[in-house]
Design a protein around this ligand. Structure first.
Ligand code: IPM
Ligand code: MN
Length: 371
């Protein structure tokens, strides 16, 4: 029997709630297909600071290294946000883990679901048919360059640094991905100003010659942020650095209708991490109302990584089903409201029992649903 070991890091805010639903989905797949998944829980972020004093305990790194994949909820707590002097911050846990595992490639797909078009503030004719993926570099750039504050406290700096090697390895993955999609890569940079962007162009244009079937397009980040809301369906694979990718992926979530729908996968050569794009959403913590779909879809990406495409398809099918039937948490303004855990239960049942007939008539259109 196949066994996969998954490190589970619920983290902060709504993280534990959405991860609990994703774990239900793992259990559903496990039951249906008779595969075993071993789950090892570990602390990260603010909850780790509260317990151990550090955002990324050594034990967590060890568990993640030994796992076949890492599933992460979210990190971040407002009690640190209002204190720029804080020496330890929850975010260091996530950034440290990405660096430790050398997961340099962050993949963030953005799809517009037909039944959710009305949710987006963008016009339907603009977002229809959008199917893009952002390839964001994750362990370099301004996030990890030399940084500091001068002694008098009046000057601070962050350095953006990239090496040929760092650009080369992610660029190749982007071209490979484009080959399986619509054969287009858009390199987003600021090459009219930044040296690092010029290096990106040099490296990427060279690699492009090895992929003559893929069209390479260059776009400045300021223009890209505009094109994302003007002509998003023109994008196929967006290839970009760490900070630009961070910003553009939040912007692109507007196309999907809710950031609560966006999953992500991050790969290195040895490790992989799966997490929703959204943050810890502290205002909703412990209220069982966050949308678990981004985390559940991240599990689907994890199964694809395990080469278990059928199981991933089970999840995609179940998620499409609830979206199309208008069953969801409040952020999607659904026909039938569910809590976070109810939505997890519905997806579980859809997968485990091959629920063909959801019997929505039995579901209340009020705030709560039981199937
Ligand atoms: C993300 C988040 C992180 C990032 C934060 C929490 C450090 O915004 O994963 O997009 O900036 O990478
Ligand atoms: Mn972000």
């Amino acid at each position: 029997m196949i066994t996969k070991k998954i490190a589970v890091l619920p983290g902060d805010g709504v993280g534990p709630e959405v991860v609990a639903q994703a774990v239900k989905v793992i259990e559903a797949v496990s039951e249906k297909h008779n595969i075993k998944f071993e789950l090892a829980y570990a602390d990260i972020g603010a909850s780790a600071i509260d317990k151990t004093g550090v955002p990324l305990p050594d034990a967590t790194i060890k568990i993640c290294r030994e796992a076949d994949a890492v599933l992460l909820g979210a990190i971040g707590d407002p009690k640190y946000d209002n204190n720029p002097e804080a020496k330890v911050r929850p975010e260091q846990g996530l950034l440290g883990l990405r660096k430790e595992l050398d997961i340099y490639l962050n993949i963030r797909p953005v799809i517009s679901y037909k039944s959710l078009h009305a949710l987006s503030p963008l016009k339907e004719e603009i977002i229809k048919g959008v199917d893009m993926v952002i390839y964001r570099e994750l362990t370099g750039g301004i996030y990890f360059g030399k940084k500091g504050t001068k002694e008098d406290g009046n000057v601070a700096y962050d350095t953006c640094r990239y090496s040929v090697k760092e650009i080369d390895r992610i660029a190749r993955k982007a071209f490979e991905a484009a080959r399986k999609r619509s054969n287009k890569v858009t390199l987003v940079d600021k090459a009219n100003v930044l040296e690092t962007s010029k290096l990106w162009r040099r490296v990427v244009s060279k690699i492009a010659t090895e992929y003559p079937d893929v069209t390479l397009e260059y776009m400045y980040v300021d223009n890209a942020s505009m094109q994302l809301v003007l002509t998003p369906s023109e994008f196929d694979v967006i290839l970009t650095g760490n900070m630009f990718g961070d910003i553009l992926s939040d912007e692109a979530s507007v196309i999907a209708g809710s950031i609560g729908l966006l999953p992500s996968a991050s790969y290195g050569d040895k490790n992989a991490l799966f997490e929703p794009v959204h943050g810890s959403y502290p205002q909703a913590a412990n209220q069982d109302k966050a949308n678990p779909l981004a985390t559940i879809l991240s599990v689907a990406m994890m199964f694809e990584y395990f080469d278990m495409q059928d199981y991933a398809n089970d999840i995609y099918g179940a998620v499409k089903r609830v979206i199309n039937e208008g069953i969801s948490t409040e952020d999607l303004k659904p026909r039938i409201f569910t809590s976070c855990s109810e939505l997890g239960d519905i997806i579980y049942t859809l997968i485990a029992d091959n629920l063909v007939d959801l019997n929505t008539a039995k579901m209340s259109t009020a705030k709560s649903v039981i199937i």
